[in-house]
Design a protein around this ligand. Sequence first.
Ligand SMILES: NC(=O)c1ccc[n+]([C@@H]2O[C@H](COP(=O)([O-])OP(=O)(O)OC[C@H]3O[C@@H](n4cnc5c(N)ncnc54)[C@H](O)[C@@H]3O)[C@@H](O)[C@H]2O)c1
Length: 323
Amino acid sequence: MFDYFPVSAKEFDGPVLVTGAGGCIGSWVLALLERAGVQVHAFDLQIDKRRPGLLMDTDALNRVVWHAGDIADTQAVKSVVAQSGAKAIIHLAALQVPFCRADPVAGALVNVVGTVNVFEAAKASGVKRLTYASSVAAYGALDNGGAMSTLYGAYKYCNEQTAKVYSEENGIHSVGIRPGVVYGVGRDQGMTSKTTVAILAAAASKPYTIPFSGDVSWLFAGEVASAFIRSVAQERTGAPVFDLNGKLASVQEGVDHIKALVPDASIAITGEPLAFPMYHSDDPLKAYIGDYGQMPLKAGIEETLKKFQQLLKDQKIDASQFQ
Ligand SMILES: NC(=O)c1ccc[n+]([C@@H]2O[C@H](COP(=O)([O-])OP(=O)(O)OC[C@H]3O[C@@H](n4cnc5c(N)ncnc54)[C@H](O)[C@@H]3O)[C@@H](O)[C@H]2O)c1
């Protein structure tokens, strides 16, 4: 599962700090960096190793240096960046669409102020390698962007503009990535997590209905994690932002792959297509950062299914928790 993604410790000149490290993409970033022998510092609201623990054994988890803190707390972020001696930051901490909708102020504090805090901390500590997660939802902030408008998307677009100003005014350069729909082990929250829930349901022999149809990006979590890692594998200039969508395919095509592996699987599809543009090419990102590894759709679904079957057998995951 990890071998698809080339990560080399030689490209790093010190520790890497990952914010939102207990989340889905963060867990994959930790696993890939740790596996390659890079010293990793993890920052999240709480020290919750549940998701990273689906991908890493106890020894690997314990080699990661964990920091609990709020990304919206300017001083806390500055202290962690300074104390960790981080030479690179992968900034993933965020509240997703439903949380921003339910509490717009909290969403702005985490997604907007939190990102400003990361740039301020990078400036204060002289960190020269920085990448952050925008989103395909940022297209909703653009006229004719082809996406539904959400506060989450507005905040993500604000992050991209923030990055541009920090590059121009302060020489704090960065790479922004706009992932589409991510699937894989660890993806258990957010409106687009349902393709993953369907794979888990098949692994657990439970019926499931995916609440959206049409084309989606089947972006394997390890692939997006690897792209974030490659973005900080060297110093860069400017503040470019790139789309990252993995394999564009219909929800039905993914379900067909699941059913080929589990013929008895009872997976239905309903609802409208997701209102996000997921047809944008990954080629500009590939050209800019080089090969970060790609996961074919069939193999990605098979690897995820097998891993879920193993995790269920080992009672490390409870299928009833995911809806
Ligand atoms: N998963 C996707 O499909 C997708 C698509 C586009 C963009 N993104 C972006 O990629 C990043 C990672 O996504 P993910 O799927 O891993 O999300 P996730 O929700 O699984 O993880 C986010 C992490 O951020 C942490 N966090 C939330 N508030 C915090 C705070 N105040 N202080 C510190 N940490 C806090 C959470 O505890 C969580 O561990 C996010 O910025 C997300 O917006 C994800």
